[in-house]
Design a binder for this molecule. Structure first.
Ligand code: 5RP
Length: 218
């Protein structure tokens, strides 16, 4: 199977998790885009969706799914989103698509976070994928220096702005042995909006597309 076929396989499996769910949280990225395509066949079953990015909002609107404001829906039953890396304890790196802040907010406000990933995303230790950090623009160089002190090699995602008007540093060379501790440490650096480690609020379920089957990590 190609990677896209694995993404489709796992997106299809995620549809099972939105049965009887009025409002679905929807993440961002190519795996989620397959899920959104499939959601079109189920739109009569849901009231609407809370979106994690402008790109996802556009796709949801294109297929006629109402996009709801998180402030008006309260807690979300189920949130479906992809990941850049998944470790054996369901801790994640996210933010390759730049939507990490809104993704983290929706994950926090959701009862069940179902992460959909293909097998290429599985790692023993997080950090081979460069860690995205959303920063307030004026703090970019300061945060970069702090990341160098932690052993990372930050690379500015040049000419890129998040949906919140901020910038992204992609930090290479980190070996994230304690994801919760590192998430807290980076969160505490002044100027950091969001770090792409999803460990304090990790996934409740990870579906891994493996071609012959979908593995369910619970
Ligand atoms: C976006 C994300 C995505 O979930 C992550 O980048 C995975 O994307 P894809 O499904 O395209 O591999 O965190 O901010």
């Amino acid at each position: 199977m190609t990677q896209d076929e694995l993404k489709k396989q796992v997106a299809q499996e995620a549809i099972k998790y939105i049965k009887n769910v009025p409002v679905v949280g929807v993440g961002t990225g190519s795996t989620v885009n397959f899920f959104i395509e499939m959601l079109a066949d189920h739109k009569a079953d849901i009231e609407g969706a809370v979106s994690s990015s402008e790109a996802t909002t556009q796709r949801l609107k294109n297929i006629g799914i109402p996009v709801l404001d998180l402030n008006s829906v309260g807690d979300i039953e189920v949130y479906i989103d992809g990941a850049d890396e998944v470790d054996p304890r369901k801790k994640l790196i996210k933010g390759g698509g730049g939507a990490l802040t809104r993704e983290k907010i929706i994950a926090a406000a959701s009862r069940k976070f179902v992460c959909i990933a293909d097998e290429t995303k599985c790692v023993d230790v997080l950090g081979k994928f460069p860690l995205p950090i959303e920063v307030i623009p004026m703090a970019r160089s300061y945060v970069a220096r702090e990341m160098v002190k932690m052993g990372g090699q930050p690379v500015w995602r040049e000419d890129y702005y998040t949906d919140n008007g901020n910038e992204i540093l992609d930090v290479h060379n980190l070996e994230i042995l304690d994801p919760i501790a590192m998430e807290k440490t980076i969160n505490n650096i002044v100027g950091v909006v969001t770090v792409g480690i999803f460990a304090m609020r990790d996934a409740d379920v990870v579906l891994i597309g493996k071609g012959d089957r979908v593995e369910v990590m619970e």
